[in-house]
Design a protein around this ligand. Structure first.
Ligand code: GDP
Ligand code: MG
Length: 177
């Protein structure tokens, strides 16, 4: 890819967590390869994608980890969280349950990850606004109480995907540097 001969200043591991089918793999496909698939198969095996970008004149390699059909509570192992400096908690804004489960995902994250990890709440599928099941205020309230960044995205329409990743990487950079 574009990393050839590039001097990397930082590698930031960011993990994606949240219920199955909320769009984690498609957010990653959109961010790392600018791709999207409507019939994405459940991911097999833990995997990550990298993307190299410039933050504050430094070259940052983002290593984004995607869960692999391990989305049942407590099935994600501690190895997944090890070394992570950022986490994206993803729900589907058309599925209330996936938002209600964010508290459990956050609890699991806090039990496994470094205490300084930067966490962003993501309400995905905002292209399906007419099917909205999670009011923006509910998500903003939760994010505020838990000190999370918050953004609504659409992997399908590319809305806020780049912005969400850039925001979390910039915040991580601000803490690390
Ligand atoms: P994961 O299980 O969380 O990794 O979810 P996937 O990325 O596999 O996506 C689950 C389903 O939702 C797939 O059919 C995707 O095409 C679809 N999907 C993902 N993101 C979006 C989005 O932003 N908008 C819409 N309408 N569908 C999406
Ligand atoms: Mg997946």
């Amino acid at each position: 890819g574009g990393d050839f001969n590039q001097k990397i200043d930082y590698v930031f591991k960011v993990v994606l967590i949240g219920d199955s089918a909320v769009g984690k793999s498609q957010l990653l496909a959109r961010f790392s390869r600018n791709q999207f698939s409507l019939d994405s198969k459940a991911t097999i095996g833990v995997e990550f994608q990298t993307k190299t970008l410039v933050v504050d004149n430094k070259t940052v390699k983002a290593q984004i980890w995607d869960t692999a059909g391990q989305e049942r509570y407590r099935a994600v192992t501690s190895a997944y969280y090890r070394g992570a400096v950022g986490a994206m908690l993803v729900y589907d804004m058309t599925k209330r349950q996936s938002f209600d489960n964010m508290a459990r995902w956050l609890e699991e994250l806090r039990g496994n990850a470094d205490k300084n990890i930067v966490v962003m709440l993501i309400g995905n599928k905002c292209d399906l606004g007419n099917l909205r099941a999670v009011p923006m205020e509910d998500a903003q309230g939760f994010a505020q109480r838990e000190s999370l960044f918050f953004m609504e995205t659409s992997a399908l329409e590319s809305t806020n995907v780049e912005t969400a990743f850039l925001t979390i990487l910039t915040e991580i950079y601000g803490i690390i540097s």
